[in-house]
Design a protein around this ligand. Structure first.
Ligand code: GDP
Ligand code: ZN
Length: 459
């Protein structure tokens, strides 16, 4: 275990709250705690009562600063694996500021961003991918993102990585032995064993690699644009999906002049929904800006909902919009299914997949649940056989997994081609280096700094 100096930071968000927590970690934590905290009952000294919440006061120069509850948690079973003192003081900026300044004059220094979590990693309580999941837990925008980050914190990603890591280390040992005794030919069975272990590792890494697309959607949410001519019912659908009246619904064409953006959850998935201004040729300057924004929101969308009006025939404006769906994920919605149909479905261009056409009535709330299901199944495409398994959400991990796969494929080709084992050995070492950057086993100080600087202070 490393020994570090003693650090302090507010653990709760700044601003007013009912309680704020100040965290001190390091070898002097309990000394500093006892210096500034006076228990109400004298015998309840922090150092004598680990893991108990004790009532008392922060006292400085014989003056009571705040009424608090304090707790001393002794190493090593703490968040950082170090001695930790936590002080629950009154919410409010002043209370936190004053107590922290007293702690600073008593020998601690202000923690850097993510420094508590960094210590938990450096002291071996969690690996790097677990430490990184702490940010994802804090930033989770949906229940699915939260759940996935929790799995990563529990070590479900690391477990899969360590399994591959161990297999590769075993193979590397066999290769090293073979290199050390070059006079003996590498037995055929060793080559077979090496390639079958490589296949196992590549297959498992590829499974993980495939989870990234969904994982990214789960962590960032999915962008959906609703497009269509004015008056087809886009705003009505948005309201229906949001179950509230956010967008202005009118029967005057061109009312939604700017784009409206809202987020909602579909089965725990965060959906960022954009209701675009009706797209049509217009001379109105303000409406024109809205139309341009609509077009750019199409470009940014992961899925486009293109809306047609069942009560009118398909127009040239509709066709122009439909053309924009090429190369995109889309659903064509024929809205106002409650009205008499004047729309000839055969006029929808052929490239549109019939499975992606749905009839709905935004006004009568028909087809909305089916639409939500369709959106979800389009967004989440990769189904692992083990639905409980963790998904890759971090672009750094994704790149490292891809690099690992490519090194292992090189190793396999080299083995099959009877290439010198020294060369094969390099591929294995590269692969292990990449995996080590996920678990933190082989990671540079500067990379650690970059990773932990993304944390907030106090974490
Ligand atoms: P937008 O311009 O595409 O956003 O269209 P709106 O949502 O503002 O709706 C235009 C008009 O169509 C309004 O009068 C709505 O009440 C009406 N409308 C929307 N959806 C339906 C529907 O499913 N059935 C019927 N009958 N009318 C609808
Ligand atoms: Zn509208």
């Amino acid at each position: 275990m490393y020994t570090f100096d003693t650090i302090v930071a507010p653990a709760t968000a700044s601003g007013t709250a009912s309680i704020n927590i100040i965290r001190i970690s390091g070898k002097d934590a309990v000394n500093i705690g006892e210096k500034i905290f006076t228990p109400k009952i004298a015998k309840n000294r922090l150092s004598q009562n680990p893991r108990k919440l004790i009532y008392g006061h922060i006292v400085h120069n014989e003056k009571i600063i705040d009424e608090v509850m304090a707790c001393y948690m002794n190493a090593p079973h703490t968040f950082t694996c170090e001695d930790v003192v936590e002080i629950n003081c009154h919410g409010g900026k002043k209370s936190v500021e004053e107590i922290i300044s007293i702690i600073l004059t008593s020998g601690a220094r202000l923690a850097e961003n993510g420094e508590f979590t960094k210590r938990a990693f450096l002291n071996g309580r969690i690996d790097l991918s677990q430490a990184e999941s702490v940010i994802d837990i804090i930033n989770a925008k949906s229940s699915k993102a939260f759940e996935n980050a929790q799995k990563q914190l529990q070590g479900k990603l690391s477990k899969r990585i360590f399994d591959i890591d161990n297999t590769l280390k075993k193979s590397l040992a066999q290769i090293t032995v073979a290199i050390d005794f070059p006079e003996e030919d590498v037995p055929e069975v060793t080559r077979q064993e090496l390639t079958s272990d490589l296949d196992y590792c590549i297959e498992n890494l590829q499974k993980l690699e495939k989870t990234y697309k969904d994982g990214k959607i789960i962590s960032d949410g999915i962008n959906i644009a609703i497009i269509g001519r004015p008056n087809v019912g886009k705003s009505s659908l948005l309201n229906e999906l949001l179950e509230e009246n956010r967008a202005i619904v009118t029967d005057i064409a061109g009312t939604t002049r700017d784009i409206i953006q809202e987020s909602l959850s579909i089965n725990g998935l965060c959906v960022n929904l954009v209701d675009t201004a009706g797209i049509r040729d217009t001379s109105d300057v303000v409406e024109k800006i809205g139309v341009e924004r609509s077009i750019s929101s199409i470009e940014n969308a992961d899925i486009i909902l293109l809306m047609l009006d069942n009560s009118t025939e398909i127009s040239n404006d509709d066709i122009n919009l439909i053309e924009k769906l090429q190369q995109k994920q889309y659903i064509v919605l024929i809205n106002k299914s409650d009205l008499d149909s004047k729309l000839n479905i055969n006029h929808i261009p052929d490239f549109i997949d019939k499975n992606n056409i749905m009839n709905i009535s935004a006004e009568k709330k028909e087809g909305i649940e089916q639409l939500k299901e369709k959106i979800y199944s389009m967004a989440i495409t990769y189904e692992d056989e083990n639905t409980n398994s963790v998904m890759l959400t971090n672009s750094r991990h994704y790149a490292l997994i891809q690099n690992t796969i490519s090194s292992l494929k090189d190793a396999k080709t080299a083995i099959l081609d009877d290439v010198e084992l020294d060369i094969v050995e390099t591929d294995y070492k590269d692969a292990l280096q990449y995996l080590g950057e996920i678990t933190g086993e082989s990671v540079s100080e500067s990379l650690l700094d970059t990773i932990f600087s993304q944390f907030c202070i106090g974490k």
